[in-house]
Design a protein around this ligand. Structure first.
Ligand SMILES: [Zn+2]
Length: 127
């Protein structure tokens, strides 16, 4: 499978050919599952073509499904977790850094251990 390699803000971005017309965003993979404004992607200079194997495409699509923007720090992560019980918010997802930070804070302040970071996929598989 061949994809365009484009330059956006001096960064290399793979145009994954996935456009969300409702949110006006395109999937632009940079090593992290980032989203790019559709018009920015459309106007970006194509500087090459990359060929991805089926396995790589599956892995990248999984990152878009399981990862994205952390609702706490705003960083893009390839894996996100549902929030822990001390900071529960429906529909929100948290990155590993925020989780580990909170884990230390709650261990220190009230002695509760929120446990290891678990991806949303692991949560769903566990029921
Ligand atoms: Zn975070």
């Amino acid at each position: 499978m061949k994809y365009n390699l484009v330059l956006i803000d001096n960064r290399l971005v793979i145009d994954m050919n996935v456009n969300d017309v409702l949110e006006f965003k395109a999937d632009g993979y940079t090593g992290l599952p980032e989203k790019v404004e559709l018009d920015v992607m459309g106007e970006a200079d194509v500087i090459g073509i990359v060929e991805l194997s089926d396995e790589q495409v599956v892995k990248i699509k999984a990152e878009y499904k399981n990862g994205g923007e952390c609702d706490w720090c705003g960083e893009i992560a390839s894996e996100l977790s549902f929030p822990h019980f001390h900071d529960f918010a429906i529909g929100k997802r948290m990155c590993r850094n925020c989780w580990d930070h909170d884990r230390d804070v709650y261990k220190g302040s009230c002695g509760d251990d929120i446990g290891d970071f678990k991806t949303t996929e692991a949560n769903i598989n566990a029921g």
